[in-house]
Design a protein around this ligand. Structure first.
Ligand SMILES: [Zn+2]
Length: 442
């Protein structure tokens, strides 16, 4: 199976390179905004022409696709951006590509071929507000050795971490570079390589996975996760102190005066710490999800929101929500790679309030109750463990094969009461080898 995967590394640019990175992100934004203005002007022109009774080919064409936008840009760039030669053409192309995607989403949304909420017309990107990013898809970009990245027109930029995992795969042909996105998050620059990786994917769970069976995962804030096997996965090192700093930074931010310079500084600091906490948790989750996908038949997680609403407040909730999204994203790919299945519990399934021993419900369980005490079978257990075991029961009740094939169709008492939803995208990745889990779209 060919899978798309992303490898992301923090960059450590020198001051000249830093200015170049900003310049390239600015160029991408410039091309995007220029293209959008052009599209809007052409649309207005067309409206006017139609009111005179013109139709068909007589109307002004609107550059709606990437090739059309590129053509228009190349004809105009000498006039509108005399400095165009200072940046890689890839930067402008990236901006136009983003615009073309936005326009396509509008078309698809209107035609009804795109799922989700109706897509609005693209809007202009404001400097300092829009995300700084640009992308290379052609040319001599890529890792140059273990600790440096070659970025055309910018140079060899150092990375903060070694890129061995990626360079080894590229060197022996197991992976192919498709593109590199350079972006800025919370004041730091990152490069994210999109890579096509060859993977041998098992047709189903191995004997070892079948022996271990399904596992329920309850994400927390105090611990990274509690498994239905009884195992508690501790948080990554240093996360505690980062969380304390985060709490302090949020307070200072809240106390600062709106619109003041101090507020801007507090916001930047808060953003940096947030990013750091997210990175640390993501790292820990990667280790956990790889292990789970390799050693169990199914991994059962809760749906988003509910866990946050029911069990956590404020900061804790935000942290656990992002963790939940991240663990699902990671498991979506990894279960496909290792022959296991991801099961997402129904949004309203009360995993915390149900007794994992007998099914009795305790509707009055509060946030503060760290222990679950059953008044029916007298089970006393840790709250998170109880939730994890309940999640695991969702699959155990309807055998993993059935879940693999038909989701929650099986008519067992629990599965009927609690429909099990399969994660789209993982559906047949293991069996057919055709679906390739998308890597992180940077
Ligand atoms: Zn009970």
């Amino acid at each position: 199976m060919r899978a798309l995967q992303a490898y992301r590394f923090a960059l450590d640019p020198n001051s000249v390179q830093l200015a170049d990175l900003h310049r390239h992100a600015g160029a991408a934004r410039f091309a995007y905004n220029w293209g959008l203005a052009r599209v809007k002007a052409a649309l207005a022109q067309r409206d006017a022409e139609q009111s005179y009774g013109l139709t068909g080919d007589a109307l002004t064409p609107v550059p709606w696709t990437l090739p059309a936008l590129r053509l228009a840009w190349n004809a105009a760039k000498r006039d509108v951006a005399p400095w165009w030669d200072e940046c890689s053409k890839e930067a402008f192309s990236a901006g136009l590509d983003q615009l073309a995607r936005g326009l396509k989403n509008v078309t698809d949304s209107r035609k009804g071929t795109r799922k989700g909420r109706r897509v609005g017309f693209p809007r202009f990107k404001k400097r300092g507000k829009a995300r700084d990013s640009f992308r290379y898809t052609t040319g001599a970009y890529g890792p140059a050795g273990d600790r440096r990245v070659k970025l055309p027109r910018i140079g060899w930029v150092k990375t903060h971490e070694p890129m061995g995992a990626l360079t080894a795969r590229l060197a022996d042909g197991r992976a192919r570079l498709l593109g590199a996105t350079v972006s800025r998050t919370a004041g730091r620059w990152f490069v994210s390589f999109t890579v096509e990786v060859d993977r041998t994917v098992p047709a189903g769970p191995s004997r070892r996975q079948r022996a271990a069976g399904p596992v329920g995962v309850d994400l927390g804030v105090k611990h990274l996760a509690v498994l239905s096997t009884g195992e508690t996965i501790p948080n990554p090192k240093h996360l505690g102190s980062a969380l304390r700093r985060l709490r302090k930074a949020s307070r200072s931010y809240a106390r600062s005066k709106p619109g003041s310079a101090g507020r801007r500084q507090h916001a930047a600091r808060l953003g940096r710490i947030h990013a750091r906490v997210a990175h640390q948790r993501r790292d820990g989750l990667h280790k956990l999800t790889t292990r789970l996908a390799k050693t169990h038949t199914s991994i059962v997680v809760e749906d988003l929101h509910v866990a946050g609403m029911v069990r956590n407040r404020r900061l804790a909730r935000a942290v656990s929500d992002t963790g939940m999204a991240e663990i699902r994203r990671q498991l979506t790919h990894k279960t496909g790679w290792y022959g296991s299945t991801l099961v997402v519990a129904d949004r309203w399934y009360p995993s915390s309030k149900t007794c994992s021993g007998c099914g009795w419900r305790n509707p009055s369980l509060t946030l503060a109750d760290r222990t679950f005490t059953c008044q029916s079978c007298e089970l006393v257990t840790d709250r998170d463990l109880n939730a994890a075991v309940n999640l695991c029961h969702l699959v155990a009740a309807s055998t993993s094969e059935t879940v693999n094939a038909r989701g929650g169709d099986r008519k067992t008492a629990l599965a009927r009461r609690v429909p099990v939803k399969r994660e789209p995208g993982t559906a047949t990745a293991g069996q057919t080898g055709s679906a390739s889990p998308q890597g992180e779209a940077a």
